[in-house]
Design a protein around this ligand. Structure first.
Ligand code: FMN
Length: 177
């Protein structure tokens, strides 16, 4: 599949069929993330992985807000997405950390599509509970829960609600809005 086809097929399903997943199902996605680029090659992405059936799955799921819990409970795996806020080599702030994590997760989600999986991120979760659950140090920030799974029968990509190209790509001198 071309990159554009993967991007067209990726969608946020808000429904999974409850099939458990194994690490091997997820491995290509994580490898795509691991190979992602980052400012100073700092690799700010951190992931905590919980497979359906593991105690960690229920623990991460419990941090989801109620509307996200309704569909996330049927995922095959839940990944807690985090960012290291500091440059490992100097201890200074990594100003591009969230961009780097976003790029890694973007690559991961496209690789999941290629592997026949669906995934969806949720920023609606209890960050304080997440930090306490994982006993996170101060320099690690919680960003999202990423649910991965298989789709219910008959469900597939939905139409994309997106801005027009002219609203996002500009020339120097244009009024950028
Ligand atoms: C970082 C991030 C956080 C999101 N958080 C939520 C969320 O908490 N609940 C939800 O229903 N959708 C959430 N979404 C899904 C977006 O609503 C969805 O990506 C957007 O509407 C575009 O639809 P598509 O992903 O199907 O193309 C999130 C997406 C991203 C990338």
């Amino acid at each position: 599949m071309s990159l554009l086809t993967l991007a067209q097929k990726r969608h946020s399903p808000r429904a999974f069929n409850g099939t458990p997943l194994a690490w091997d199902d997820l491995a290509n996605g994580f490898e795509a993330a691991r190979l992602s680029s980052s400012s100073y090659n700092n690799q700010p992405w951190r992931f905590v992985v919980a497979l359906r059936g593991e105690a960690g799955f229920d623990a991460l799921l419990a941090t989801a807000n109620s509307s996200n819990h309704t569909w996330m409970k049927d995922a095959g795996a839940i990944v807690g997405v985090m960012s290291s806020k500091i440059l490992q080599k100097t201890g200074e702030k990594d100003h591009a950390a969230m961009l780097g994590v976003g790029m890694a997760v973007g690559a991961m989600e496209l690789a999941f599509v290629e592997s026949g999986l669906a995934s969806m991120q949720a920023g609606g979760f209890d960050r304080k509970a997440f930090v306490e659950l994982l006993q996170l140090p101060d320099h690690i920030a919680p960003l999202s829960l990423l649910a991965i799974g298989r789709l219910p029968d008959g469900q597939g990509p939905t139409a994309k609600d997106r801005m027009a190209m002219a609203d996002i790509a500009f020339k120097v001198g244009d009024k950028i809005r």
